[in-house]
Design a protein around this ligand. Structure first.
Ligand code: PLP
Length: 421
């Protein structure tokens, strides 16, 4: 399997060449020359595979330049009950006939990003050691990406994380999750500004190619193929758990921000998985809906961006539906009353749109992208119930926090990296 650049400025390279960079060397997106094809006969053989077995089959078809036994070892160490709570890793739960929730959020940071990021942690450590290199991951987060990256990379050899977050703009739980990490290779930097300011700083640092090379700066963005291939796996897992016969259609509803999750579904379909519809569910920062209606893609400035109860960024894509805050509150109430299940605001977005778009006789799977205790304020607002926390999270806000506060300054962030890289 080889990858080329969407800008055409790169001769084809293997998976391990683009794994650490995220982007192609010419700045374009890395794209596979073709997608591996999974026949119905192969799908049938995979029917009873465990999660790690399935993950190995799928990831190894992309990562053909990583030693197969090494990859198997990394995958087996990643997808365990100890890390994800169950042997199934992504259990499928029935709400009613032909309506399901795929639990993707039982990892360490209670959001689906753990599934891909945990594998990336193992792959990065392996590949850096093989090359005798080190890497400083620089990122900006408004919540889930940063914590998933930090919990995946903590204690990993050869990797440091420098994560920018907007001061005071995340929930106290999200702050505590990130800032309570005491691992010396994890650096939290709170920026006196907005999420967009954090992103602008990351962009400016990454565009300084001399600095980037000198300090071995990398990213873990949502178009990293390590992440994408890891996300393809759970579409297959859900399908195999659900389809009565191989070939039966199944639809998915995907709470979406930057398109990474639903892109993985699209790739699963390209590989031959019989996915009927991929429904992109968005919140009121809905660039996508506007894109479909006007043909104009207009990312929002921070001044225009609504404060939403399910914060995320922009997307464009396939069949779509959106929800308002009020819709999500109603859907959280409905799920609680009708199905006896507490769901978070993003999953509520997915369920709301799924209920509108589902078709008779075709199972619809809603991807659960976070657990309700991450967004407790909205759950209390909707149903008056404080979602239960895991024992290890009960007093997380009281733990000592390790965070550096910096102004919105590219130079000061660079100086901090220079001192700590
Ligand atoms: C990141 C995230 C999303 C959006 O995922 P994309 O891959 O960016 O589309 C949705 N829900 C939750 C809870 C997230 O953390």
């Amino acid at each position: 399997m080889r990858f080329t650049s969407s800008r055409g400025g790169m001769s084809p390279v293997g998976f391990s060449e683009i794994l650490l960079e995220g982007l192609a060397p010419d700045g374009g997106l890395a794209v596979p020359e073709s997608f591996p094809q999974i026949s119905p006969a192969t799908l049938a053989q995979w029917r009873n595979f465990s999660y790690p077995q399935l993950a190995f089959e799928i990831v190894s078809r992309f990562a053909t330049d990583i030693d197969a036994e090494d990859l198997r070892r990394i995958v087996n160490a990643t997808y365990t009950k100890a890390v994800f709570g169950t042997d199934e890793v992504t259990p499928l739960r029935k709400l009613e006939d032909d309506l399901f929730i795929l639990e993707l959020s039982n990892g360490p940071t209670l959001a689906f990003k753990d599934i891909a990021m945990q594998l990336l942690g193992g792959l990065f450590e392996y590949e850096l050691e093989r090359r005798g290199q080190s890497l400083n991951i620089l990122g900006a987060t408004s919540g889930d990406t940063g914590s998933a990256a930090e919990y995946a990379m903590r204690g990993k050899k050869g990797v440091k994380v420098f994560m920018l977050s907007p001061e005071g703009k995340m929930s106290s739980f999200q702050r505590a999750q990130m800032y309570s990490l005491q691992d010396p290779n994890i650096h939290n930097i709170a920026i006196k500004g907005f999420f967009d300011d954090c992103q602008d700083i990351v962009k400016a640092v990454s565009e300084d190619l001399t600095f980037k090379a000198n300090y071995k700066i990398g990213t873990v963005n949502s178009i990293n193929w390590g992440r994408i291939t890891a996300q393809v796996v759970y579409y297959f897992k859900a399908y195999l758990a659900l389809a009565k016969q191989i070939g039966d259609p199944v639809s998915f509803s995907v709470p979406s921000g930057n398109f990474g999750n639903v892109l993985a579904g699209h790739i699963a379909r390209q590989m031959g998985l019989p996915i009927h519809r991929l429904v992109v569910a968005t919140n009121e920062n809905d660039v996508l809906d506007e894109f479909f209606k006007t043909g104009i893609y207009r990312p929002r400035t921070s001044a225009e961006t609504h404060e939403t109860s399910s914060p995320s960024q922009q997307i464009f894509g396939f069949q779509s539906g959106a929800s308002s805050h009020e819709n999500r509150l109603q859907t959280i109430r409905l799920a609680h009353k009708k199905y006896g299940r507490l769901i978070d605001t993003h999953t509520a977005d997915g369920l709301k749109v799924a209920l509108e778009k589902r078709e008779a006789g075709i199972p619809m799977v809603v991807l659960e992208t976070a657990l309700p205790e991450k967004f407790a304020e909205t759950i209390v607002e909707a149903v008056g119930i404080q979602p239960k926390r895991r024992p290890e999270h009960e007093n997380i806000e009281a733990l000592p926090q390790r965070v550096q506060l910096l102004p919105t300054s590219v130079e000061q962030v660079k100086a901090y990296i220079q001192q700590h890289a």
